[in-house]
Ligand binder design. Structure first.
Ligand code: LLP
Length: 385
C-alpha cells in the first residue's frame, strides 16, 4: 500500500523504481522457517525470481540454499556467500562452461535434465578430476493448472526426463564413474494456486520411488522444486502465502524413505509480494471507450502482463477524488504494453504516483533496455523510512 510517508519519499525520486518492503520479506521468510525449515525441509531460494544483492543476502542469512539455472547464477550465489553445499543447478541447456563452473565449486547437485547431459557431465568431471553429485530431473506428467508458458511438468514440455526412459538410464548410471546419483528432482510449474496439484505430485513421486527401490538405488534427497503461487488480486489481504498448508501437503502425502531429505526451490512465494513497481503518470487522455493513464513504467520493467496476461493490482494514493475507469498503459510502442484495462482508480493527474503490486518476483530480473530505456533502480524500505 502507498502510505503518505512513502509517497512523499517517492515524489523526490526518479521513477519508475522498484520498492522492496523488507519487513514483509522478513515476515515471509519467518513463515517459511516456521512451517518448512523447522520441519527439516531444505529450502533453496530460486535466484531467477530476484537476484538483487540485498534480497539474496537476506535469503543467505535465513539459512536457505540457492537454486540456480545458469553459470552466472551459480557464481552470483557463491559471491553472495551461499555455501556451495547448498547450491543446486538445474536447466535443460547447461553449456560446458556452466557445468565446469559447478564442478569447480563442488556444488550440492546438478539437476540433470537429459541422459546426454549426464554423459557430458561425466566426461567433463573426468577431465577435471571431479566427482559430481547429481539429481535426475524427472518429468512427472502432472498438470500444474497454471499459465501454459510456466507449466513445466507435462510430457510435452521440454523439462526433465520422461519416466518411461528411466529404467534404461538407471541400468547405465553405474557406468558413469565420475557421477554419484544422490537425488531426484521435480518442478512442475510456477504460480500454482491449487494445493491438490502438490498432492498429485507427491503421489507420482511415491510411484516413481518404487522404481528406484526395485533397482536397489538409494536416493538421498527428493527435490520437489518450487511453484507455490501468490495472490495477485489481494496482495494486502494475503501478503504471506499459506506455507503451513503447502508444507503439510508433502508431509501427509509424500512417503519419504528413512533418512531421505526433502528439498524445495521457492522463488515467487518468498519474494513476490514484497516488491512494488512505482510509476508516475506522464499523461492522461481520452480514448474511444476508455481513459488512458500513460505511466513512465512499461513492459521493460514488468513484462508479465504482456507475456502471461498477468493482472497485477494497481494502487493509487487514496486522495478522495471520484473514481474513474482507466487503462493503465506504458510508453512502449506496443499495444501489449498495458498493465491493466478497465480498472477503477481515483481521478489521475500528471505527476501522480501508482504502485504496481506483487513485483518482487520476475519483475526486475526480467526487465530489459528495449527502446534504450534505462534500468529502474531498486530502493529498500529501510533506506526510505
Ligand atoms: N525450480 C525450477 C527448476 C524452476 O524452473 C523454477 C521457476 C523454480 C524452481 C521457482 O519457481 P517459483 O517458486 O518462483 O514459482 N517468469 C515467470 C515464472 C517462470 C518460472 C520459471 N521457473 C513468471 O513471471 O510468472
Amino acid at each position: 500500500m502507498l502510505t503518505k510517508a512513502l509517497v512523499e519519499q517517492f515524489q523526490k525520486l526518479p521513477t519508475p523504481l522498484f520498492f522492496y518492503d523488507l519487513d514483509l520479506l522478513n515476515r515471509t521468510v519467518e513463515a517459511v522457517q516456521t512451517y518448512g525449515t523447522s520441519r527439516g525441509c531444505h529450502i533453496h531460494f530460486a535466484l531467477k525470481a530476484n537476484n538483487n544483492d540485498r534480497i539474496l543476502s537476506i535469503m543467505r542469512d535465513a539459512g536457505f540454499g540457492a537454486d540456480c539455472v545458469s553459470g552466472k547464477e551459480v557464481e552470483k550465489a557463491l559471491e553472495i556467500g551461499f555455501p556451495p553445499e547448498k547450491v543446486v543447478f538445474a536447466g535443460v541447456g547447461k553449456t560446458d562452461e556452466e557445468i565446469e563452473t559447478g564442478l569447480r565449486n563442488n556444488i550440492f547437485s546438478f539437476n540433470c535434465e537429459s541422459a546426454q547431459e549426464i554423459e557430458v557431465l561425466n566426461e567433463l568431471a573426468k577431465r577435471h578430476g571431479k566427482q559430481a553429485e547429481i539429481a535426475i530431473r524427472i518429468n512427472p506428467n502432472v498438470e500444474a493448472k497454471t499459465h501454459k508458458y510456466i507449466t513445466t511438468g507435462l510430457q510435452e514440455n521440454k523439462f526433465g526426463i520422461l519416466s518411461e526412459h528411466l529404467p534404461v538410464l538407471l541400468d547405465r548410471i553405474g557406468e558413469y564413474e565420475q557421477i554419484t546419483l544422490t537425488g531426484i528432482h521435480f518442478h512442475i510449474g510456477s504460480q500454482i494456486m491449487d494445493l491438490n496439484t502438490y498432492r498429485e505430485l507427491s503421489e507420482r513421486i511415491n510411484t516413481i520411488q518404487t522404481l528406484f527401490d526395485k533397482k536397489g538405488i538409494e536416493i538421498r534427497h527428493i527435490n520437489v522444486g518450487g511453484g507455490l503461487g501468490i495472490d495477485y488480486e489481494q496482495p494486502d489481504r494475503n501478503a504471506i502465502p499459506d506455507f503451513k498448508s503447502y508444507f503439510e501437503v508433502f508431509d501427509r502425502h509424500l512417503k519419504l524413505r528413512e533418512n531421505q531429505e526433502l528439498h524445495f526451490e521457492l522463488g515467487r512465494s518468498i519474494v513476490g509480494q514484497c516488491g512494488s513497481l512505482i510509476t508516475r503518470i506522464l499523461y492522461t487522455k481520452e480514448g474511444r471507450n476508455t481513459s488512458f493513464a500513460i505511466v513512465d513504467a512499461g513492459m521493460t520493467e514488468l513484462i508479465r502482463p504482456a507475456l502471461y496476461q498477468a493482472q497485477h493490482r494497481v494502487d493509487a494514493i487514496q486522495n478522495g477524488k471520484p473514481e474513474r475507469t482507466y487503462d493503465v498503459v506504458g510508453p512502449i510502442c506496443e499495444t501489449s504494453d498495458t498493465f491493466r484495462s478497465g480498472i477503477s482508480l481515483p481521478e489521475l493527474n500528471r505527476g501522480d504516483l501508482l504502485a504496481i503490486r506483487s513485483c518482487g518476483a520476475y519483475g526486475q530480473v526480467m526487465s530489459s533496455d528495449y527502446n534504450l530505456r534505462e534500468r529502474a533502480k531498486a530502493y529498500y524500505s529501510d533506506e526510505l523510512e
